[in-house]
Design a protein around this ligand. Structure first.
Ligand SMILES: [Mn+2]
Length: 301
């Protein structure tokens, strides 16, 4: 099995324990990935769901075992709890079978930049002007997920009530865009105040990687509920967001080609065709595309 080799991997918001968790794809990602540092940036296990609707397939146990195995075999694994797994915050400073629990951390990239790692819910109160989305996991977010799935169908079927739905979306989408940008600004401010070169977080389920005007990096690892994204750093300190479902076959074939080239410089070897994770055709649109679609619909109303 060929591997996707990176220096550091950052993932967040896997929400294991909910029905929306994409455990199968996450397992596929982690099985194919090798790294020196693995950062779990919160909302990894959705402990809130323990109260009702807990969903824990065997896959989730396989996932945990794989992470423990990585920790045993040379990967430094750091778990920064979020708001859905805040019960783990009281264990900050402890080490569970090689997994280090911390409230936050500073990661130093291969090219010497210092990045503050946090989950991000700490800033919900700062971003209070947009309360409807300030609490990911609340009913508003469930509504957004539901819309992602059903908006197409509804729109076709609805006829007259179409206007009110569209009005509703336009309002919400505008708020969502405002929310994301004020969240980013709050985190960049924090990075500046702490004197670090950048900040890496999760929480809002919106993967991003941007160098701001004043040289501060804002990165968000995204989620494994809708988007299946991770932030990765290569051996040179280059960082980027990957969308595993879209890119896995490509990333693995590149890696394999490099290895084949290194091992057998005289022969050119056809890259093997790799199996990609199959996913249902009813797979949900990534959130950003759904938002773009909603904006288009609202604009053409
Ligand atoms: Mn969160």
């Amino acid at each position: 099995m060929s591997s996707f080799k990176q220096r550091a991997v950052f993932i967040s918001d896997t929400h294991l324990g909910t029905r929306d968790a994409q455990s199968e794809y996450l397992l596929d990602f982690l099985r194919h990935t090798e790294c020196e540092y693995l950062y779990l940036l919160g909302d990894i296990i959705d402990i809130w769901k323990l109260r009702s609707g807990w969903h824990w397939p065997q896959l989730n146990n396989d996932l945990l075992q794989l992470v423990f195995k990585k920790a045993r075999t040379g990967t430094q694994v750091i778990y920064i709890p979020g708001n859905h797994d805040e019960m783990l915050r009281k264990y900050a400073g402890s080490n569970f079978n090689g997994i280090q629990i911390q409230l936050n951390a500073v990661h130093e990239t291969a090219d010497g930049r210092r990045l503050l790692l946090i989950h991000g819910d700490e800033f919900d109160s700062v971003v209070a002007s947009n309360q409807w989305l300030a609490h990911i996991g609340s009913w508003a977010y469930d509504v957004l997920l539901w819309l992602n799935r059903h908006f197409n169908n509804l729109r076709r079927r609805m006829g007259f009530p179409y206007w009110s739905l569209s009005h509703y979306l336009k309002h919400k989408v505008k708020n969502a865009v405002n929310f994301i940008s004020s969240f980013e600004q709050a985190l960049v401010r924090e990075a500046r105040q702490r004197g670090v070169d950048g900040i890496v977080c999760g929480h809002i389920h919106h993967a991003a990687m941007e160098d701001m005007d004043d040289g501060i990096t804002y990165a968000n690892a995204g989620d494994w509920v809708e988007n299946c994204t991770a932030l990765v750093e290569d051996e040179h300190g280059q960082m980027r967001i990957i969308h595993w479902l879209k890119e896995s076959a490509f990333l693995l074939s590149i890696q394999e080609e490099c290895e084949a080239h290194q091992n057998m410089p005289k022969e050119s070897k056809e890259p093997e065709i790799l199996s990609t994770p199959s996913y249902p055709t009813s797979w949900k649109l990534p959130e950003q595309e759904a938002l773009k679609y909603m904006i288009d619909v609202a604009a053409n109303e």
